[in-house]
Design a protein around this ligand. Structure first.
Ligand code: 5GP
Length: 117
């Protein structure tokens, strides 16, 4: 018998096993409001597959899927804010990553006071 990995939290959200406030979906990507928002608009965008732990793995393994994810993020910022957005990939526990299924945080709306520049 082949060992089967436990589904990740975000795979379970994509499968509708765990409820979430879903705002966008494509064939391969799903987006939902973060349960603990850090900005007026704070949406998690993630591939439906949990095969990639972080953005470095995703970029190396499936760059087209990364591009699809970024395009979903663009659409969310256009739909829910003025089109401008910050895209954050926490990468590794030391950088604050807690869910090891690659995902981007789309942060938008009233970020002028929080500029990194
Ligand atoms: P990370 O810390 O890994 O970069 O981001 C994980 C994000 O997922 C956190 O911002 C956290 O608030 C969010 N999160 C964790 N569990 C859930 C959940 O069950 N539902 C939703 N909608 N967001 C979650």
């Amino acid at each position: 018998m082949t060992a089967t990995a436990e589904p990740t939290l975000f795979e379970r959200i994509a499968a509708r096993e765990i409820p979430a406030d879903i705002v966008a979906e494509t064939a391969n990507v799903i987006a939902f409001h973060d349960i603990a928002p850090k900005a007026p608009v704070h949406v998690v965008v993630t591939p439906k597959t949990g095969a990639y732990r972080d953005v470095v793995e995703l970029a190396a393994g499936d760059p087209a899927l990364l591009a699809e994810l970024v395009d979903v993020a663009r659409g969310i910022a256009a739909d829910l804010a003025d089109g401008d957005f910050r895209l954050v990939f926490n990468t590794g526990a030391g950088a604050g990553q807690t869910v090891f299924h690659v995902h981007a945080h789309v942060l938008a709306g009233g970020l002028e006071e929080a500029s990194l520049g």
